[in-house]
Design a protein around this ligand. Structure first.
Ligand SMILES: Cc1cc2nc3c(=O)[nH]c(=O)nc-3n(C[C@H](O)[C@H](O)[C@H](O)COP(=O)(O)OP(=O)(O)OC[C@H]3O[C@@H](n4cnc5c(N)ncnc54)[C@H](O)[C@@H]3O)c2cc1C
Length: 419
C-alpha cells in the first residue's frame, strides 16, 4: 500500500504510534490479553485473517466488553461509557462487517448544541468560543504546541474552554491531559501528512460504507453500544480457531508468555496498566429521567460540561436527545451524569441534591447510580513517551495509544494490515 493510500484508509490515525511487534506474524499461537473492545476487535480481525492460527482471548472479569456496557430498565437505555462514535471509516467498516448496518444511524438532526457551566450559568460552546482567546494568542499557542510535550491548557490557552473540552473527552482537567494525544492533527504529532486536510477528507469521504456522515456528526446503535460487543462475541464464538478464557487475571506480558508456553512475540496486550507511573480517574455514572413537561426549559442538545470542581457532577449528557433510537419511555427524557470520585463524597444524596440547579425544582422519575468506570490518565508527554517505546510484544488499546473507540478500532485494522 502506498503512503497516500494508508492515509486514505486510516486518516489522522496515522499520527498515532502503532506498538506492534511484526514478528507476531510468524507465531502459530496468538494470545490476546484483555477482552474490551480492543481485544475483541483483535480476536475478530486476526481470527478472520488467520483461520489456521490458534488465538486465545484472555479476560480478567466474568464478562467481555471492558468499559462498554448498556444499562437497561423497562424502556430506559443508558450507556455507561461510549454511547456513539464520531465519523471514521474504520468504525463504519466494523459495523458493516458485523452485519449491524441496519442498526447504525446518525444522531438526530434536532441536536447541535453543547454547553459549558461558567460563573453559575450555561454558555453555548461553538467554534466562536475559541475567539474568546483571541486568534493571535491561539495561533501562537498552537505553533508552540508543535514543539511537543504540552498540555491541552497550553494548546488552548483559556482554562475554562480547555477544561470543558478535556472533561467532555477524558473527564480530566486540561493541565493533566497531553495535547499530542488528544489533538495530534493540531500539534502535528507524528509523520508528515502527504496532502492537505481538505484534500484528504475529500478522498476519505467515498470510502465510508453504509452512509457518508456529515462532519462533526455522530452515529449510534439502536439498543446501545453493547450491541456491538454482543455482535463481536457472537462472531468470535463461531470461529473454531478462537478460544475465550474468562476470569483469568494475567499480570504482565511476561507472565502471559510463561502461562501459555509461547514466546513474548505472540502476546498482544490490550489491558491497562503497563506504562510507568500509570494513573487513572474513576467516576460514577448516574441515569436520571424526567417527565418531558418538567424539563421543557432545557433545550435539546448534546449536554453540559461542568469544570467547577465544587459541583460533584462534571458532565450531563442528554442521552434521549441525541440518538435516533429511543432511550426513554414516551413523554420522558433521559440524562446521564458523570460524577468523578475526586469531587464527590460517595453519597448518592449529594448528587441528587445538586439536580435542582441544573434541572429545576421538579423531581426526577428515575435516579439511579448505574456503575463505576475508570479512565486512564494521559498526562502531557504521554504520546512522546509511547512513540519511543519498543517492546517484544504488541501493545494496543486506549490505555496506550488512543482515547476514542475510533482509535481503538482503526488500530486493530492497522495491525492486521502490518502482519
Ligand atoms: C465513561 C466513559 C465514556 C466514554 N465515552 C466515549 C465516547 O463518547 N466516545 C468514544 O469514542 N470513546 C469513549 N470512551 C472510551 C472507549 O469506551 C474506550 O476507548 C474503549 O472502549 C476502550 O477499549 P479497550 O479494549 O482498549 O479497553 P477496556 O474497555 O478498558 O478493556 C480492557 C479489558 O482488559 C481487562 N483486563 C484488565 N486487566 C487485565 C489482566 N491483568 N488480565 C486480563 N484482562 C485484563 C479488563 O477487565 C477489560 O475488559 C469512554 C470511556 C468511558 C469510561
Amino acid at each position: 500500500m502506498t503512503e497516500l493510500q494508508d492515509w486514505i484508509q486510516h486518516g489522522a490515525e496515522m499520527r498515532r504510534p502503532l506498538l506492534a511487534n511484526p514478528n507476531l506474524r510468524d507465531e502459530q499461537k496468538i494470545v490476546i490479553i484483555g477482552g474490551g473492545l480492543s481485544g475483541l476487535c483483535t480476536a475478530f480481525r486476526l481470527g478472520q485473517k488467520y483461520p489456521d492460527k490458534n488465538l486465545i482471548l484472555v479476560e480478567k472479569s466474568d464478562r467481555l466488553g471492558g468499559v462498554i456496557q448498556s444499562w437497561k430498565k423497562n424502556e430506559w437505555i443508558c450507556d455507561l461509557a461510549v454511547n456513539a462514535s464520531r465519523p471514521h471509516p474504520a468504525m463504519w467498516r466494523l459495523i458493516n462487517d458485523l452485519g449491524l448496518a441496519e442498526l447504525w444511524k446518525p444522531s438526530t438532526d434536532k441536536v447541535n448544541s453543547r454547553w459549558v457551566w461558567l460563573n453559575n450559568s450555561k454558555h453555548k460552546i461553538s467554534p466562536l468560543s475559541l475567539f474568546k482567546i483571541g486568534p493571535l494568542k491561539l495561533r501562537k499557542a498552537i505553533r508552540n504546541s508543535r514543539k511537543g510535550v504540552k498540555s491541552v491548557s497550553q494548546l488552548i490557552p483559556h482554562h475554562k474552554i480547555s477544561d470543558a473540552l478535556t472533561l467532555g473527552i477524558v473527564n480530566d482537567t486540561s493541565d493533566n491531559v497531553d495535547a499530542d494525544f488528544l489533538f495530534p492533527s493540531l500539534t502535528k504529532f507524528g509523520p508528515i501528512q502527504p496532502i492537505s486536510n481538505r484534500k484528504l477528507s475529500k478522498l476519505i469521504a467515498p470510502t465510508y460504507p453504509i452512509f457518508q456522515p456529515k462532519s462533526r456528526s455522530i452515529a449510534s446503535l439502536k439498543g446501545g453500544m453493547e450491541v456491538l460487543i454482543d455482535a463481536l462475541k457472537e462472531r468470535i464464538e463461531a470461529m473454531s480457531n478462537v478460544e475465550v478464557l474468562l476470569k483469568q487475571d494475567i499480570e504482565s506480558p511476561q507472565l502471559a508468555s510463561e502461562r501459555f508456553d509461547t514466546p513474548l512475540a505472540s502476546i498482544i496486550w490490550t489491558a491497562p496498566g503497563l506504562i510507568e507511573n500509570y494513573e487513572q480517574t474513576s467516576l460514577s455514572i448516574f441515569a436520571v429521567g424526567f417527565e418531558q413537561k418538567h424539563v421543557q426549559q432545557i433545550p435539546l442538545g448534546y449536554g453540559l460540561l461542568i469544570p467547577d470542581k465544587s459541583i460533584p457532577i462534571s458532565g450531563i449528557l442528554h442521552e434521549s436527545d441525541i440518538h435516533y433510537s429511543q432511550r426513554a419511555p414516551e413523554g420522558h427524557r433521559l440524562f446521564r451524569l458523570m460524577v468523578p470520585h475526586e469531587r464527590w463524597d460517595q453519597d448518592d444524596a449529594t448528587v441528587k441534591n445538586s439536580l435542582p440547579e441544573f434541572f429545576g425544582k421538579n423531581k426526577p422519575v428515575l435516579f439511579e447510580n448505574i456503575g463505576t468506570r475508570i479512565i486512564p490518565r494521559f498526562k502531557p508527554g504521554h504520546m512522546d513517551k509511547i512513540s519511543k517505546l519498543s517492546y517484544d510484544f504488541t501493545y494496543l488499546g486506549w490505555s496506550v495509544s488512543g482515547v476514542s473507540i475510533t482509535h481503538v478500532v482503526d488500530e486493530v485494522e492497522r495491525l492486521a494490515e502490518l502482519l
